[in-house]
Design a protein around this ligand. Structure first.
Ligand code: ZN
Length: 240
């Protein structure tokens, strides 16, 4: 653990960012969280954030002591300039280049830049995000090279020494569950399974062994397949 340094975690409320929050709580002396409201069609993911924060604080006294304030920033302009299935009523389809129309162009570039500006004010050196190149939908702003280049740009532009961490970059969704188990045992796996949200359709009514969701959209399919490959050995309710 970097005992004296602080981190800002981009917490959307999904499985990946929830795992990143636990990873940061395991490592840094102070951890704050940041969420963005940008006109998402489904606010359910954002509403999962408090349950995940509270749940992790309840799991571990050390984590509770390190967990600092939550921040939310409204980025309405991102919704205005996007024409995607996340921000308006539309079918999720694959567009040119195989990118689903759930892609909000440049979303992570903007998120990380805003996060860096906030972390400067909060004196948090480390930024943590759930970007991943392994099980992803081809979003170019999730790529490792993009994040590395952005770290350079941010540090030049802010005259700072921020470190951008992407602990899931080379993990697939099964590995991400395994990381959660390593960080917080079956209790953390259960918390993330039940309180994080991935479904593109915002479905919180259908419960599966891998959590809530419609079960058919691309995000649910990724999550379901990852859970099937992870298969926790002895977890209360895991196979209910
Ligand atoms: Zn779904």
């Amino acid at each position: 653990m970097q005992a004296t340094e602080g981190a800002l975690v981009l917490l959307s409320g999904g499985q990946d960012s929830a795992t990143c929050l636990a990873w940061a709580l395991d490592r840094f002396a102070r951890v704050e969280t940041l969420g963005f409201a940008y006109g998402q069609r489904h606010l359910v993911e954002l509403s999962c954030r408090a349950a995940l924060r509270d749940g992790m604080a309840a799991l571990d006294a050390g984590w509770s002591a390190r967990l600092g304030p939550d921040h939310t920033l409204a980025l309405d302009a991102l919704g205005q300039i996007s024409d995607t299935a996340l921000t308006r009523e539309a079918e999720i389809t694959l567009g040119a280049g195989g990118l689903p129309n759930t892609f909000v162009p440049g979303r992570n570039l903007l998120f990380l830049t805003f996060a860096a500006a906030l972390s400067t004010r909060r004196t948090l050196r480390h930024l943590v995000g759930g970007m991943c190149e392994t099980d992803y939908s081809g979003y170019p702003d999730c790529r490792d090279d993009t994040i590395k280049a952005l770290q350079v740009a941010i540090n030049l532009g802010l005259d700072a020494r921020h470190v951008l961490h992407t602990p899931l970059m080379w993990l697939d969704k099964a590995d991400t569950w395994r990381l959660a188990e390593r960080l917080g045992g079956p209790a953390l796996v259960g918390l993330i399974r039940d309180e994080s949200h991935s479904c593109y359709l915002g479905d919180r009514t259908h419960r599966h062994d891998w959590g809530y969701g419609c079960g058919t959209c691309p995000a649910c399919a990724l999550r379901r397949d990852g859970w099937a490959r992870y298969r926790p050995r002895d977890q209360d309710g895991a196979h209910a």
